[in-house]
Ligand binder design. Structure first.
Ligand code: KIV
Length: 274
């Protein structure tokens, strides 16, 4: 069954936890989708885990649309979330709605995600008015790392915790159907989750959120540049890839690959005539 914004609404009402994972290409999206994940986020984290940048700031609309379209072709039932990149929604409402529309028209996403609290509520309202569902993202917002002074836990003192609660209420009020909460103390994220009518999707925000999201390369052991404390390694696909490529190189070198069963045949007379 196709997951939609209504699935998210129902899950919140019934207390069912939502699972979200990132993907950036067709084959990976198809695997996660076939396993029944509720939602696939085409995160701008692709700048780091797919493109090798040190942060997400250089990711463009073209990068995001290209990868979102690939994921949408692989995801039949998961809700596909297209992540709006840095400065694609901060230069005026007109541009923001136009860019959100590109995720739907060209990327075939089911909704968009954008970072920020009160300061982006006008943009959320305008995109929602254009009939494009919006998932908000508060707490550690990686597009703001220069303003935040790095990848740091947010909401640890009274003022910043209060601000996060206000931001959460503001994005709900502006029409967001869900909100990602990143790198926030668990008790605060739980309080926010209980306060809101929309589901919270946590990443580094504890078990009290209504759902969880992780970057797949982190949780499958495929990205070693930096592993945040909140990541659990559910599998070690990176080691399996290393083993596989080592075996392949060895068999190429010693001539045991390819075998007859991997080769195509031609009549001997034809070969002899050449
Ligand atoms: O870009 C991304 O993958 C994200 C998640 C970390 C929530 O925004």
């Amino acid at each position: 069954m196709k997951n939609t914004v209504l699935t998210f609404k129902e899950a919140k009402k019934n207390g069912n936890k939502l699972s979200m994972i990132t993907a950036y290409d067709y084959s990976t999206a198809k695997i996660f989708d076939e396993e029944g994940i509720n939602s696939i986020l085409v995160g701008d984290s692709l700048g780091m885990v797919m493109l090798g940048y040190e942060d997400t700031l250089s990711v463009t609309m073209e990068d995001m649309i290209h990868h979102t379209a690939a994921v949408s072709r692989g995801a039949k039932n998961a809700l596909v979330v297209g992540d709006m990149p840095f400065l694609s929604y901060n230069l005026g409402i007109h541009d923001a709605v136009k860019n959100a529309g590109r995720f739907m028209k060209e990327g075939r996403a089911d909704c968009v995600k954008l970072e920020g609290g009160k300061e982006v509520c006008d943009v959320i309202r305008a995109i929602v008015d254009a009939k494009i569902p919006v998932c908000a993202h508060i707490g550690l917002t990686p597009q703001a790392i220069n303003a935040l002074g790095g990848f740091k836990v947010q909401g640890k003192n009274l003022d910043s915790a209060k601000k996060l609660m206000e931001d959460a209420l503001a994005v709900q009020e502006a029409g967001a159907f869900a909100v990602v909460i990143e790198c926030v103390p668990d008790a605060l994220a739980e309080k926010i989750s209980k306060m809101l009518n929309i589901p919270t999707i946590g990443i580094g925000a504890g078990a009290g959120c209504d759902g969880q999201v992780l970057v797949y390369q982190d949780m499958l052991g495929m990205y070693s540049d930096f592993t945040p404390k909140f990541v659990k390694k559910f599998s070690d696909v990176g080691s399996q890839m290393r083993d596989g490529v080592k075996k392949y190189m060895k068999e190429v070198q010693d001539g045991t690959f390819p075998e007859e069963k991997h080769s195509f045949k031609i009549d001997k007379e034809i070969i002899d005539k050449l």
